[in-house]
Design a binder for this molecule. Structure first.
Ligand code: ZN
Ligand code: ZN
Length: 618
């Protein structure tokens, strides 16, 4: 089974990472004849301490001079020194230098192996780590221990290598390490990260002892798969068992709250973090930022962001996403400048945020600028970056340019890329291009329901009704349905969900009465229902009959009759808000004097006094 370990050709070490000669003025003062003056023992201890110091302070040049001294004095024959040297280069993000040291180490103990495997895992080179894991087993007849197994499973999780992880798990069971709490937790964590919760749960249930890693791994797994209830239940279980939960556990649970918009529970978690001093951990920080942002409370997100002084890339990205979704576009650009000037290197997510922000405000030139900048950072453009760029160009009416970009893509255009182009065609009424695109997409095979609707609309708009009907029929034949539009609102500890025209709620009578009442008031203020939305069916918006009782309006009416006056109303929705509801909610915010925040499947709308934060660009 282990022949699977190498999945693709391994990269050669980049040349710039070889150690450069130390500058003479900072060579630490080690007397040439140190070993003659002092016993080997004390020299060894001094070197060890210095090496650990330099690792902590990340002093590359000093460490390199010390490395030279170690070679001269023969201390490199001591396995522990080599271990420290490998760790030193690893911490300085020079895994290939660590590899050099490893090869020069004459006596390789299991600590030396664990150091080199760890170095590759830490530096995000999981394939290389697994290669060394394999080589350790094959050439040296050495068995992995409870340090090395977790490193191997971590590497498997990083490449989403489920079957590979299974082989590692098998090996661990064979030599009796599966009952070890560290190995068991790491195996569980690997299964959860590869999305196989059944296997993860089996390991969890069979473990003789569990530690915080096992609990967190399981909670993380359920949170990832959207089983929020089980995630929260386990979290409670961990607290009940007196488990010391860590920042990782907290961040998983807070993410659960953010995803299912359990804002009040999220706030309770925040206070718990404060109590347990986890609020300053950047892991927790990013989870809190996205929880506040997803609940529509961008101010809370800013506050958390300011409070954590040691911001990692994840935190910057979370804040950028929050700003982009809340249309704080200028803030996105400012934060990006700040982030770069403070030495944090952006990654592909950072650029997605920037492009998203540009496409939602129509900043074409700025978008192009960031799209090109990705090359400077050597970040490969993924299909999502292309989709964002096509969206930006399409919305701005530059459809030819968008088409050119798609034709020049080094990868196959995905559904979201085509979807973005079709949306652009729809906005600018380019029916010819839309139907040509639809032909091309149909050749590619089955597509998702959302894209199907776009395609059939594209045909219908260009008068090709037969094709339009065929596209609809294909969708029906495959038993795919459009997603039902739902809106929900949190009241106390309960979530109230509404579908369009829903009469199932216990307060249904009052809700409908409120809507009638509001309708009259809105009409007096100048609102005219946009019947165009009733006639044409557009994209992934809610079905248009009974526009007056679209789910978000029911949710808002419910909040108006149950919330205390002045409390902002936060509504979540699984589809895009339709044009008429968008206008209507503006009027509602004006007539009632309430702040209404609507999160749809794409972005946030903050309605206040008749205006929306999205500036009608959504
Ligand atoms: Zn609507
Ligand atoms: Zn809006």
């Amino acid at each position: 089974m282990l022949h699977l370990l190498v999945e693709e050709p391994l990269p050669l070490p980049p040349p710039q990472q070889h150690p450069s000669p130390p500058r003479p003025n900072i060579i630490p003062k080690y007397p040439q004849n140190a070993l003659n003056q002092q016993s080997f023992e004390s020299s060894y201890r001094i070197v060890c301490n210095h090496l650990l110091d330099f690792t902590r302070s990340k002093s590359l040049l000093r460490g390199q001079s010390l490395h030279a001294y170690i070679l001269k004095s023969g201390l490199h024959l001591v396995p522990l020194i080599c271990h420290h040297l490998i760790t030193f280069y690893s911490k300085l993000e020079l895994p290939y230098c660590a590899e050099h040291v490893f090869h020069e180490t004459e006596f390789k103990s299991s600590t030396t192996w664990s150091a080199i495997i760890s170095s590759f895992t830490q530096n995000e080179l999981p394939l290389r780590a697994l290669e060394y894991f394999k080589s350790m087993l094959r050439n040296n007849g050495m068995f992995p221990d409870d340090h090395i197994f977790p490193l191997a499973t971590k590497a498997c999780a990083m490449i989403n290598g489920y079957s590979l992880g299974q082989s590692v798990h098998c090996l661990a069971s064979k030599i009796g390490y599966d009952v070890n709490v560290f190995v068991g937790s790491s195996v569980l964590d690997m299964y959860a990260k590869c999305g196989n919760l059944r296997d993860a749960r089996k390991v969890f249930d069979e473990m003789p002892d569990r530690n915080v890693v096992s609990w967190s791994g399981m909670i993380y797994g359920y949170a990832q798969m959207g089983d929020d209830e089980e995630a929260l239940r386990l979290f409670k279980g961990a607290l009940d068992e007196g488990m010391d939960v860590n920042d990782f556990t907290f961040s998983s649970v807070i993410r659960v709250c953010g995803n299912s918009t359990l804002f009040e529970l999220g706030q309770q978690m925040h206070s718990l973090c404060l109590k347990m001093n986890y609020d300053k951990a950047s892991f927790v920080g990013s989870a809190l930022i996205s929880m506040y942002s997803k609940s529509g409370m961008i101010d809370g997100a800013y506050r958390v962001f300011e409070e954590v002084s040691d911001k990692n890339l994840g935190m910057w990205n979370s804040m950028l996403i929050a700003c982009a979704q809340h249309a704080h576009t200028k803030m996105v650009f400012d934060l990006f400048e700040k982030m770069v000037s403070r030495g944090t290197k952006p990654n592909f997510i950072t650029f997605l945020c920037l492009l998203y922000a540009c496409s939602h405000t129509g900043l074409v030139e700025k978008g192009k600028h960031y799209f090109e900048m990705m090359e400077d950072y050597r970040i490969e453009r993924g299909s999502q970056h292309y989709a964002s760029m096509v969206d930006l160009l399409g919305r701005a009416g530059k459809l030819d340019e968008a088409m050119k970009l798609i034709n020049g893509m080094p990868l196959n255009p995905t559904e979201s890329v085509w979807g973005a182009l079709l949306t652009g065609c729809r906005i600018h009424g380019n029916t010819n291009l839309a139907s040509a695109v639809a032909d091309r997409v149909f050749e590619l095979g089955p597509v998702s329901p959302g894209l199907h609707v776009l395609l059939s609309n594209a045909y219908a708009a260009s008068g090709r009704f037969q094709e339009a009907a065929r596209a609809r029929k294909m969708l029906k034949d495959r038993g795919q349905k459009k997603e039902t539009g739902l809106s929900w609102v949190e009241e106390g500890n309960k979530i109230h969900t509404f579908a369009s025209g829903d009469r199932r709620h216990e307060l249904s009578e009052e809700i409908h009465r409120k809507i009638e009442e509001l309708g009259e008031e809105m009409e007096r203020a100048g609102y005219v229902a946009d019947t165009a939305h009733v006639l044409k069916e557009v994209g992934a918006e809610e079905k248009s009959e009974m526009i007056r009782y679209h789910s978000e309006r029911l949710a808002i009416a419910f909040a108006l009759i149950t919330f205390p006056p002045k409390r902002p109303i936060r509504i979540m929705k699984n589809l895009r808000v339709c044009g008429d509801c968008h206008v209507a909610i503006k009027f509602i915010s004006k007539c009632t004097g309430r702040i209404i925040i609507v999160r749809d499947n794409n972005r946030f709308h903050r309605f206040e006094n008749g205006e929306c934060s999205c500036g009608d660009y959504w």
